[in-house]
Design a protein around this ligand. Structure first.
Ligand SMILES: Cc1cc2nc3c(=O)[nH]c(=O)nc-3n(C[C@H](O)[C@H](O)[C@H](O)COP(=O)(O)O)c2cc1C
Ligand code: SF4
Length: 356
C-alpha cells in the first residue's frame, strides 16, 4: 500500500491517502473576497495532489475566537465566503472538510469580555485559563454551537467536518486534568471530562445526518506528565467511535508542541506514529496521523506497517502546496520545520522561509 492509493472515508472516495491537516489561514471569512482568497489556496492544494483538505480551525461561537482573523462558520454571515471557497475548491477537484473549534480559556487575550473557560485558572504556570467559568446552561449552548456549525458546514457545501479536540483548546481543556478542575458532572472523572466532546459529536451527527463525514482531531497525550495519558485518550476515541465519528486524526501537544520544530526528511519524522498505531489497534474507523511526516519512505512504511490509514501534513504544504506531486516525482521537501509560519497571527498564514 502507498500514500497514492485511493481511500474511502464514509461515502467519499478520496484519490489518495494524503491529507492537508488543519492549518489556520487567518482569513476571517467575512465576505466573498475572503472566500475567493481561501478558495485559491485550497485549489492550489487540490491541483498539487492533496487527497483531502481540512480547513483551518473555524470558531463555532463568537466566544471561541482566538484572534481577530480566526475564521468562523458560526453564522449565516459567513455563508457567502464559505460558498465561494467550496465552489473554487470543487472546481479544482478538491475535497474539503471544515474544522470546528472553540478556543475556550485561551481566548482571553483577544476577547476579554466574552471569553469563557472550563475552570478559572489565572495562575496556571504555563498558560493561564481565563474568562467566565462555564455554567451548565452555557456548556449546553456551546455543544449546540458545535452542532449548528456542523450543519452550517453542510449547508455551504463542504464535504465533511472535523471537530477539534486537540492542542489545548476548549474540548481539549475539558478532556485534560490540567485544565478541568471542575467538581461537577463535567469534571469529576474521565467519563465526565469526555462528556462535552461526546455530546458535541452526537449533536453534530444529529445535525448533519447519517451520510455526512464527521470526525475528530485528538491529542494522543498532553505534553505534561500530569496531563491526559494515552490510556485515557484511547478510551475517549472508543467512546467517540461508538457515538458515531467516521474518522480520527491523531495529533498531540497541549500547549507549545503542536508543530514540533526542526523536522525534516529523516529527522524527527512522524513523531505521533507510535501513538497512532495504538489507536489503529483499538478502532475500526480510519486513523489519520499528523506530526512531522515528510518522506515518502516514512509515510509508505507507516501505511504498510498498519500504523495509520492516511498521512496528514501541515507545514510542508504551506511551503509547497504541490508537495504530493513533488513526492511522487522524487523531489525535495523545502520545509525546514522552523515554525515561523505560526508566529504572525495578524496576517494571513504564509511560509516565511527564504529557502522555498
Ligand atoms: C501555521 C499553522 C497553523 C495551524 N493551524 C491549525 C489549526 O487551525 N487546527 C489544527 O488542528 N492544527 C493546526 N496546526 C497544526 C497542524 O495541523 C499540525 O498538526 C502540525 O503542524 C504538525 O504537522 P506538520 O509537522 O506536518 O506541520 C497548525 C500548524 C501551523 C504550522
Ligand atoms: S515557515 Fe515555512 S519552512 Fe518554516 S516551518 Fe513554516 S512552512 Fe516550514
Amino acid at each position: 500500500m502507498t500514500i497514492f492509493d485511493p481511500f474511502k472515508v464514509k461515502n467519499i472516495t478520496l484519490p489518495n491517502r494524503i491529507v492537508r491537516s488543519a492549518t489556520a489561514e487567518r482569513i476571517a471569512m467575512q465576505d466573498e473576497r475572503e472566500g475567493r482568497q481561501l478558495g485559491e489556496i485550497y485549489a492550489a492544494l487540490a491541483r498539487g495532489g492533496v487527497g483531502l483538505i481540512i480547513s483551518g480551525h473555524n470558531t463555532v461561537h463568537p466566544s471561541g475566537r482566538l484572534y481577530p482573523t480566526m475564521a468562523s462558520i458560526s453564522s449565516e454571515g459567513n455563508f457567502k465566503a464559505w460558498r465561494k471557497t467550496v465552489e473554487i475548491t470543487h472546481e479544482a477537484g478538491g475535497v474539503l472538510f471544515l474544522q470546528l473549534n472553540h478556543g475556550g480559556g485561551r481566548c482571553s487575550k483577544n476577547a476579554e469580555s466574552t471569553a469563557v473557560c472550563v475552570s478559572l485558572l489565572p495562575d496556571f504556570p504555563k498558560d493561564s485559563m481565563l474568562g467566565a467559568e462555564l455554567d451548565n446552561e452555557k456548556i449546553h449552548e456551546l455543544i449546540k454551537a458545535f452542532a449548528a456549525a456542523a450543519r452550517n458546514a453542510r449547508e455551504v457545501g463542504a464535504d465533511g467536518v472535523q471537530i477539534h479536540a486537540a492542542h489545548g483548546y476548549l474540548i481539549s481543556q475539558f478532556l485534560s486534568p490540567l485544565t478541568n478542575r471542575r467538581q461537577d458532572e463535567w469534571g469529576l472523572s474521565l467519563e465526565c471530562r469526555a462528556e462535552f466532546l461526546r455530546m458535541a459529536v452526537r449533536e453534530a451527527r444529529k445535525a448533519v445526518g447519517d451520510d455526512f463525514p464527521l470526525g475528530i482531531k485528538l491529542g494522543a497525550c498532553d505534553d505534561d506528565p500530569a496531563g491526559l495519558r494515552l490510556e485515557e485518550t484511547l478510551q475517549v476515541a472508543k467512546w467517540a467511535e461508538a457515538d458515531g465519528i467516521d474518522f480520527i486524526e491523531i495529533s498531540g501537544g497541549f500547549r507549545k508542541d503542536l508543530a514540533r520544530r526542526h523536522v525534516k526528511p529523516g529527522v524527527n519524522e512522524g513523531y505521533y506514529l507510535p501513538f497512532a498505531a495504538q489507536f489503529k489497534k483499538e478502532l475500526k474507523i480510519p486513523v489519520f496521523v499528523v506530526g512531522g511526516l515528510r518522506s515518502l519512505e516514512k509515510m509508505n512504511a507507516a501505511l504498510s506497517a498498519g500504523q495509520c490509514d492516511a498521512v496528514s501534513m501541515s507545514r510542508p504544504l504551506l511551503c509547497q502546496p504541490d508537495y504530493p506531486r513533488i513526492l511522487r516525482e522524487g523531489g525535495e521537501c523545502r520545509c525546514c520545520g522552523c515554525s515561523l509560519c505560526l508566529l504572525k497571527q495578524t496576517q494571513p498564514t504564509v511560509c516565511h522561509s527564504k529557502n522555498k
